[in-house]
Design a protein around this ligand. Structure first.
Ligand code: SF4
Length: 376
């Protein structure tokens, strides 16, 4: 298949690996930002093929995982209201809130629907003028343009019963927060190719210069990942710190101007809480004042949300690259994809789900989970 088979070629993979092994002279730690890259790495065992001295740290680039608990609880409260049709992508339905998830709301009679596009939700609103239709708009720069377009169309078409619960996040401020953490071990970034296909690469040179880190824009197929690692290692070994586009088949320096312009019209930058990490200044988008009437938080004014994370879940440490998923005591025992304690075990891009799915159970957690601790 064009653009798939070429990027799974074992001979090319061997040549890239030989180059990486020949170039690496000392330990390096690099972070792949995107959860899609994490899944590719674990699925294909790429981390196990690299020199032992190269560590891949899994970053916070899973949109479902970083959506703050407070926003999940607001979604649950809105979805429980009579006369609301709550629309979401499927992977949000099992993300645990403080005391339930959207599936529970649905099974209790809430009208919760899975859609594949925000425009599907807009169409549902058009067909149900007597009901309020809310779309859960989450994600990074990749999903934001389509969500912005749906709100823009709602206004253009005069569909007043449509609104969006917005929890968008932006990658560059997250990279900055990671680099400013006192626990940071990251020496290079594999930047998320799809984010850069929308936003371009213009936000990264300043970060690379300020923190003296190579930033290699990287794709998602096995050879993309190996090429990203190879370029990062070459820069690290030479003491360089540049932005390097290793994904030119999808990423242009200027990004997608139409998408950027739609984002600028519909959204404005805001501080955003990241689940398990905390608030990162300027790391989110919300609807701009011109579109505030379509803001579900504004329309429904949900109050009294009291959040409480599971005491067993260490997804914050996973998302910051401080531990690997299988170092969490709950991993694979009281926390599994069927019974997730944290969002990183739910999402198709979550690091915990990747480790579970691809059987990285070998480095067993050192301590038993709290629930399994003998009482008395
Ligand atoms: S394994 Fe489960 S409990 Fe542990 S960090 Fe991941 S999601 Fe949280």
């Amino acid at each position: 298949m064009k653009y798939i088979d070429e990027f799974n070629d074992p001979d090319l993979a061997r040549r890239l690996l030989d180059d990486i092994h020949a170039t690496t002279t000392r330990p390096w730690a690099m972070m792949e930002v995107c959860g899609g890259q994490t899944h590719s790495i674990i699925r294909h065992g790429i981390d196990q093929l690299l020199p032992d001295s190269i560590e891949l740290i899994h970053g916070p680039g899973c949109p479902v995982c970083v959506t703050p608990l407070e926003m999940i609880d607001k979604a649950l409260a809105i979805a429980s209201l009579p006369d609301v049709i709550f629309c979401s992508f499927g992977d949000m339905l099992r993300v645990p809130g403080t005391d339930r998830d959207l599936f529970r709301v649905k099974s209790a009679g809430g009208d919760v629907r899975v859609v594949y596009s925000p425009l599907d939700a807009l169409e549902i609103a058009r067909q149900n003028p007597g009901r309020e239709v809310v779309f859960f708009g989450i994600g990074f720069e990749t999903t934001a343009p389509a969500n912005a377009m749906a709100v823009h169309q709602a206004r253009s078409l005069g569909i007043g019963n449509f609104s969006m619960l917005v929890s968008h996040v932006r990658v560059p401020p997250a990279i900055e927060a990671i680099m400013q953490s006192p626990d940071c071990r990251v020496q290079a970034f594999l930047a998320a190719g799809h984010v850069c296909s929308v936003m371009g690469t213009g936000e990264y040179p300043e970060l690379a210069e300020r923190y003296k880190v190579p930033v290699v824009v990287t794709g998602f197929e096995p050879l993309d990942i190996l090429e990203g690692v190879r370029r990062a290692v070459h820069q690290l070994e030479r003491g360089e710190h540049r932005v390097d586009n290793a994904y030119p088949r999808a990423v242009q320096e200027q990004g997608n101007p139409a998408a950027i312009s739609m984002l600028a019209e519909v959204f404005e930058v805001t501080d955003r809480a990241w689940r398990g990490i905390g608030t990162i200044p300027g790391s989110g988008w919300r609807l701009s004042p011109a579109f505030r009437a379509y803001d579900a938080e504004h329309r429904f004014r949900v109050t009294g949300v009291r959040t409480q994370e599971s005491g067993d879940c260490r997804s914050g440490d996973v998302l910051q690259g401080l531990i690997k998923p299988n170092e969490c005591a709950a991993f694979g025992t009281i926390c599994t994809p069927r019974n997730p304690l944290g969002a990183t075990m739910v999402s198709s891009e979550g690091a915990c789900a990747a480790y579970y799915l691809y059987r990285r159970l070998d480095t067993a957690p050192p301590a038993p989970p709290k629930e399994a601790t003998p009482v008395g």
